[in-house]
Write a protein that binds this ligand. Structure first.
Ligand code: HPA
Length: 268
């Protein structure tokens, strides 16, 4: 199925070889509207599913941004949608086969660190997989990566530095921290958020970690950026809602787009 998917996409994009893959999280998809040369709906691509989450557009977008060839996922597959975890990470494997060297994973997340404010951007320095599932379970494709891949530095320290420097140059304040993934779709309880803080998380969310594991396994460099859309349950005094999350992402999106484009520019 992977090869079928890659062949199908190659037929559409011809000799366009993307070097950077960007997964656009909830409310952050505009980058792909504004920079779109070729768009392929997920519904047409073998092995892809349709994303069912509002705020996600469900297409693969190819474009040149700041001189770099980029493939963007406008909407991702979440485990909580009921997709098997292999479907969630399938596009990351496709990106690898298409030639992508660096993957930027973005998401909407809840702030666990009390110093974070809604609409802050957080550079992910590490993650905690609390989804109780690993996307590498099953037969290992040795041509793509090792059976027991090292996860000491999933988010390349050089690229964390580069992203921080780029943000500073642009005058964009960024936070940095550890992202913990839970399956969702229910938001966390205050007790779960306390647990997340105690074990070292700064933000909680429902995506990114499976994709990061597969990208690292397949030998790609990974950058993670969270949009802290709300204070997580218990940190916040109000009930959480998806519309508030989308609103906070819309407040952050201009800064987010500028940062992502400039990081793309700065990548070697
Ligand atoms: N928790 C989990 N995922 C999220 C949150 C949250 O508070 N906000 C946005 N995505």
């Amino acid at each position: 199925m992977l090869q079928r998917s890659v062949d199908f996409i190659r037929e559409k994009i011809g000799d366009f070889v993307p070097e950077i893959g960007i997964v656009l999280g909830s409310g952050l998809g505009e980058l792909a509207d504004e920079n779109c040369e070729i768009a392929i709906p997920y519904s047409e691509i073998p092995g892809f599913e349709a994303s069912t989450v509002s705020g996600h557009k469900s297409r693969l977008v190819f474009a040149e941004i700041n001189g770099k060839k980029v493939v963007m996922m406008q909407g991702r597959f979440h485990y909580y949608e009921g997709h098997p975890i292999q479907k969630v990470v399938f596009p990351i494997k496709v990106m690898k086969k298409l030639g992508v060297k660096t993957v930027m994973l973005t998401n909407a997340a809840g702030g666990v660190n009390a110093a974070f404010n809604p609409s802050d951007l957080m550079i992910i320095t590490d993650h905690i997989n609390h989804m109780n599932v690993n996307p590498l379970i099953g037969p290992n494709d040795d041509t793509m990566g090792d059976r027991f891949p090292d996860m000491s530095e999933v988010y390349s320290p050089e690229l964390v530095e580069l992203t921080k420097k780029t943000a500073a140059k642009l005058g964009i304040d960024v936070q940095e921290g550890v992202y913990m993934a839970l399956t969702g779709p229910s938001y966390e309880t205050p007790a779960e958020v306390r647990m997340a803080r105690i074990v070292g998380a700064d933000a909680v969310g429902m995506s990114t970690v499976p994709e990061a594991i597969v990208a690292k396994w397949a030998g790609m460099d990974v950058i993670g950026i969270s949009c802290i859309c709300n204070s997580a349950a218990g940190v916040s005094t109000v009930a959480l809602s998806h519309s508030d999350v989308i609103h906070a992402a819309s407040v952050a999106k201009e800064r987010f787009k500028v940062l992502v484009k400039e990081v793309v520019h700065a990548l070697g």
